[in-house]
Design a binder for this molecule. Structure first.
Ligand code: PGA
Length: 250
């Protein structure tokens, strides 16, 4: 049985005080969530602050990205091993904003994936097509290239501890959510790709949906057989909405 994961990607948002408020709002309602695992991914600089706030609380911590390097002269970078020191369990990699704004290629993402796994953390590998790619009928090809970049280099075993997030680029932050059927189709395709190489890994890996997920649309999405949770942007910044989505997984 795959436990649903609802992970908040806070992106470039928050301050010491707003984060404290958000975490206490989530904590107040945490006991109502009895099925999903919750995780929050703050900006790097707040990891230590959030780690303290979450002490003894059943919420996992994650980072939003990591370097493709281990250490050295790479100004501005943060390594997976450093992130590990702050109690993180997850690192999001290959988010479409990293791919499209900061130029992460499939190869860069695969290297980052390897660093995360090597450090004993769990990558949340984001994949997804642009609107243009979907309209041209290239969704399947784009997603399989993104997955195969990791599969070809590191093999299916690298996915044993991983999470995948399907995030159609056109749905991120736009309010235009994928229909449950559209999302399920891609999720199933991803699981089948892994299934061709290892049935056990395919059956156990959690595949999250991301892109304008809200309490109002979460239930129908989470009811799909291959949707195992959500990667939540905007709605993760409000305690009620974040918990609302987690409750939809109950
Ligand atoms: P959104 O973002 O929920 O605001 O659409 C999702 C994401 O980018 O992970």
């Amino acid at each position: 049985m795959r436990q649903p994961l609802v992970a908040g990607n806070w992106k470039l948002n928050g301050s010491l005080s707003s984060i404290s408020e958000l975490i206490s709002g989530i904590r107040e309602q945490l006991l109502t969530v009895n099925n999903a695992e919750l995780a929050v991914c703050p900006p790097y600089i707040y990891l230590s602050h959030v780690q303290e706030l979450l002490e003894g609380v059943n919420i996992s911590l994650g980072a939003q990205d990591c370097s493709d390097q281990e250490s050295g002269a790479y100004t501005g970078e943060v390594a997976a091993a450093m992130i590990k020191e702050f109690g993180c369990k997850y690192i999001i990699i290959g988010h479409s904003e990293r791919r499209h704004i900061y130029g992460d290629t499939n190869d860069t993402v695969a290297t980052k994936f390897a660093h995360v796994v090597k450090n004993g953390l769990t990558p949340i590998l984001c994949v997804g097509e642009t609107l243009e790619e979907r309209e041209e009928g290239h969704t399947e090809v784009v997603i399989s290239k993104q997955i195969n970049a990791v599969l070809d280099l590191f093999g299916v075993e690298a996915f044993r501890k991983a999470v995948i997030a399907y995030e159609p680029v056109w749905a991120i932050g736009t309010g235009q959510v994928a229909t449950p059927a559209q999302a399920q189709e891609v999720h199933e395709e991803i699981r089948l790709t892994l299934d061709a190489q290892n049935k056990d890994i395919a059956a156990n890996i959690r595949i999250l949906y991301g892109g304008s997920m809200k309490p109002e649309n979460a239930k129908e999405l989470l009811q799909q057989p291959d949707i195992d949770g959500g990667l939540i942007g905007g709605a993760a910044l409000k305690a009620d909405d974040f918990i609302g989505i987690a409750l939809a997984a109950n």
